[in-house]
Design a protein around this ligand. Sequence first.
Ligand SMILES: [Zn+2]
Ligand SMILES: [Zn+2]
Length: 347
Amino acid sequence: MQAAVFNGPRDIGIANVPDRHIVEPTDAVVRVVLACVCGSDLWYYRGQSPHAAGDLIGHEFIGVVEQTGPAVQTLTEGDFVVAPFAFSCGVCPNCEAGFQTACLHGGFFGGDGLGGQAEKVRVPLAEGTLVKVPGTNHSDEVLRSLLTLSDVMGTGHHAIVSASAKPGDTVVVVGDGAVGLCAVLAAKRLGAGRIIALSRNPARQAVAREFGATDIVPGRGDEAIEAVLELTGGIGADATAECVGSNDSVATALRIARAGSMVGFVGVPHDVELSIGRLFGRNVGIKGGAAPVRAYIPALMDDVLAGYINPGRVFDFETNLNGVAEAFAAMDERRAIKSLLRVSSIA
Ligand SMILES: [Zn+2]
Ligand SMILES: [Zn+2]
């Protein structure tokens, strides 16, 4: 089968690798229909985090179950499924608590031969991991939105949940990547009264407005903090979503948050220094981490299938598996918000 591989920084290729097959009795093999590139893939692409040369890549995909191991009862060949970016057992205490990214038996797609940017993926712990999509003949628009449930929509939602946003709140979203835009949509879905998005990019501002942003602040750092304080009568946000992971964006989020409020953080932290003294004076809290998107897929899927949310709008570049290098380059150069890979058709 064909799969995207990491050859080294800024060198993504396609390789012929052995077909995936069942290894553990709890495995399934999924034939990929749609996959995509994640902002977090850019860290190793740019050489800023390690990734084994020659290993498979990609952790966001939807597809059709092609084979199941003998211990898999709840899935059968032909089921159309969404895979979250982490696999999990579904029954350990951490999974039962809704934090499947901390599953005692789980792990992550995107390496160790478990790559989603490929024709097929071996999915460990398939029953706990995969979520079956009901119905048939879904539109392309719906398929694109289902793909976001693998990561970015669930992660944006996790930022808003972690920030303890309540209906009517003023929510500020720091970060205008696909996750930040999905956080805007999640805030709207949960009833935020006012949603302020930080973005200097016209294409991203347009998606933010479509997703429910009421105000756009086209600045960053001190400029953005001043603008948000001005918009909120000097008080700050009731709930703040940090969707970048840099030291500057975390610092901005903490200063935008009103006294006594929470910052939900989902940007993978890179060189972030957090001094607890910064939280003390204004009783600001920070909560978040690797989003347990598996916990959120069922409810978000209902809203996608009902046409109530359309997070697939974040895809503004598309190609097939052979175009994966260009899909990475488009995101790296910020020509694209998020790149979609068409791998096969459902039928
Ligand atoms: Zn991702
Ligand atoms: Zn578990």
